[in-house]
Design a binder for this molecule. Structure first.
Ligand code: ZN
Length: 608
């Protein structure tokens, strides 16, 4: 294999104003029967068919200067006529999606995931790849540099030139940022890390480095040194409004609001910055959990079509559990702040009736068509393998701690998964997380997993959290913006009237985005998409629906006028009291010494 010629790629930001990359793929020894090329339908870590090939334009092939006939055989596959080679395939990629999953090019910067731009030559996926990244033409782009975790071949650090990848899967697992970005560096456990920030911002990047260093060192030590990477890159796009992340083997891409980044002289951790650090922690944890401890069905990834696994609760849910727990274990936030975050996650689960209809195992399996394609009925129909997966992980951790008197924890299970699968590169079979947990702890966890993963009943969090001296209480939401995690600000005993909806301001009223099962609105015939314009004959101002209803007595029947499409309709709505779906976690002050010791062990990651 090592003697086989590498697949060569050349990428040029040919026309930033038109958002066009020009890409050339050269195969020295094409398939004598005709070389086939395809572009992935999806990108690892984001489980939705995105059909990146829809952005490929003007694809043509040549060999030795002569045109080679190309036939498209399906939505993402091209077949070249037989030729002796070398075979050059040249095409343009339209790049105008500002997300961590795709490609984006304009006169301010370029960003791409390999899955959006690099054709895969069939039968030659295991070949090494050489990527030549070219600068855009013109003096406007003189300040641009290149940031990526891909190995450099003949390129200066942050320079244009050639980079190399072990194979196609490696090639598409190192996103690239090009532009006049901010760059800061830090070391975590002797591993160099880079933080690359594009987009306008005024962040105190030295502080970001200090905080990220603590998170990275926590994760490296959690799984054990040495870190599995020689170098790591955080690629951050700061925008006005946005949130997202995608993990890669030696980097991650993050999209965040510039206001979530701290400015110089700000000592406190704002809620938004705490969320940003949680996002970084999440993607960095994936360096182990999913990028190396990987479901067997993803080894290798079949990027042509959906690949189903019931394990996303483990790869996303366990990661979601540790991303925030690591913030308190690393000393970045205190226990109260952590419990507020956990209360918010719990609230997101408790707010959806879909949790009684879909298990997290099924949510994982159907991620492609349900979680990633959420519609107005999502809260009634599905449960998130992120949020409920995080609570399952919490419940599993507490169950293990209880059953082993603190001698084993979920941390031990994760380290065992790392030893067995992460270090060896063996894929994780569908039953292996459950089996490993039982083997590591010596506990019979089958009843737990049956209920937590394949059942739809609420997890016994109140009872489990009492073990570590944490109270778990439910209250009603105080407004549509109440995210939970904090005690009630007003009178907790005064019931608040609700319609059982979520709404968004709309010109002339409020548009219902979600109508909850068995809520007052649904029972009266109101539907998602309806625009409520009046309550009891009085106009509803944009964004005022929630507060107008809250002022009505519970059990009152109100007359609601709403437009469904262009038809005015009238509804008699018997209001309901706001349900107890908002979770508040708190440190129990009266806990005894053994309980406090268990709490300290849980929050610090130390042994009892
Ligand atoms: Zn994730």
């Amino acid at each position: 294999m090592s003697d086989a010629p590498a697949i060569r790629y050349r990428l040029l930001p040919a026309d930033p104003g038109a958002h066009l990359f020009e890409v050339t793929c050269t195969v020295a020894d094409p398939d004598p029967d005709g070389q086939t090329f395809s572009l992935p339908a999806w990108t690892p870590g984001s489980y939705m068919v995105r059909d990146f090939a829809r952005h490929v334009l003007r694809l043509r092939a040549t060999s030795g200067g002569d045109a080679v006939a190309v036939e498209k055989t399906d939505k993402q596959t091209w077949r070249c006529a037989p030729c002796a080679g070398p075979l050059d395939v040249v095409y343009e990629v339209y790049a105008w999606e500002l997300s961590v999953r795709a490609a984006h090019l304009d006169t301010t910067h370029g960003y791409f995931n390999g899955t959006s731009v690099f054709l895969r030559p069939a039968g030659r996926e295991a070949r090494s790849c050489i990527l030549d990244i070219q600068p855009p033409e013109g003096t406007d782009y003189r300040g641009w540099r290149v940031a990526t975790s891909m190995q450099r071949r003949q390129a200066a650090p942050h320079g244009y030139g050639t980079y190399r990848a072990d194979d196609y899967e490696d090639l598409v697992d190192h996103p690239v940022e090009m532009g006049d970005y901010a760059l800061v560096r830090f070391e975590a456990c002797h591993v160099p890390h880079e933080v690359v920030v594009s987009g306008r911002h005024w962040a105190d990047l030295d502080r970001v480095c200090r905080d990220l260093k603590r998170i990275c060192e926590h994760h490296i030590r959690f799984f054990g040194e040495p870190a599995p990477v020689e170098r790591y890159v955080f690629l951050i796009m700061a925008v006005g409004d946005g949130y997202g992340g995608l993990e890669h083997r030696a980097s991650c891409s993050l999209l965040c609001s510039r206001d979530s980044l701290p400015r110089a002289g700000e000592p406190a951790i704002s809620d938004d910055y705490r969320d940003f650090l949680g996002l970084c922690s999440h993607e960095y944890f994936h360096t182990w959990n999913v990028k190396r401890i990987t479901p067997a069905v993803f080894t290798p990834y079949d990027l042509r079509q959906e690949v189903h696994t019931r394990l996303l609760w483990a790869f996303e849910g366990i990661t979601s559990y540790y991303d925030e727990l690591a913030l308190v274990r690393a000393g970045l936030i205190d226990a109260d702040s952590y419990l507020e975050l956990l209360g918010r996650v719990s609230t997101r689960v408790w707010r959806g009736q879909g949790r009684f209809k879909q298990s997290v195992a099924d949510s994982s399996f159907d991620a492609w068509t349900k979680f990633y394609k959420q519609d107005e009925n999502a809260p009634n129909a599905i449960v998130s393998y992120y949020t409920k997966g995080a609570l399952v992980s919490l419940a599993l951790d507490l169950t293990i701690r209880r059953g082993t008197h603190g001698n084993r924890t979920l941390d031990d299970v994760m380290r065992a998964l790392w030893e067995r699968y992460g270090k060896t590169g063996a894929g994780v079979p569908e039953q292996a997380v459950e089996q490993t947990a039982e083997e590591v702890t010596g506990l019979s966890l089958a009843p737990f997993f049956e209920g937590a993963l394949r059942g739809t009943e609420d997890l016994p969090l109140a009872e489990l959290m009492a073990d570590v001296g944490v109270g778990f209480a439910l209250r009603s939401a105080e407004s549509q913006d109440d995210k939970g995690g904090k005690p009630a600000q007003g009178d907790p005993d005064k019931p608040r009237a609700v319609l059982g909806v979520r709404s968004t301001p709309e010109a002339g009223g409020c548009k219902l985005t979600h109508v909850f099962d068995d809520g007052a609105a649904q029972r009266s015939g109101l539907a998602a998409g309806d625009v409520i314009v009046a309550v009891n004959g009085v106009r509803v101002g944009a964004g005022k629906l929630d507060s107008i209803i809250a002022r009505c007595p519970v059990q009152e029947t109100v007359t609601v006028h709403a437009f469904r499409r262009d038809e005015l309709m009238k509804f008699e709505v018997a209001l309901q009291a706001a349900p107890s779906d908002t979770c508040v976690l708190s440190l129990l002050e009266e806990a005894d010494a053994p309980t406090l010791a268990r709490r300290a062990a849980w929050l610090s990651g130390a042994r009892v």
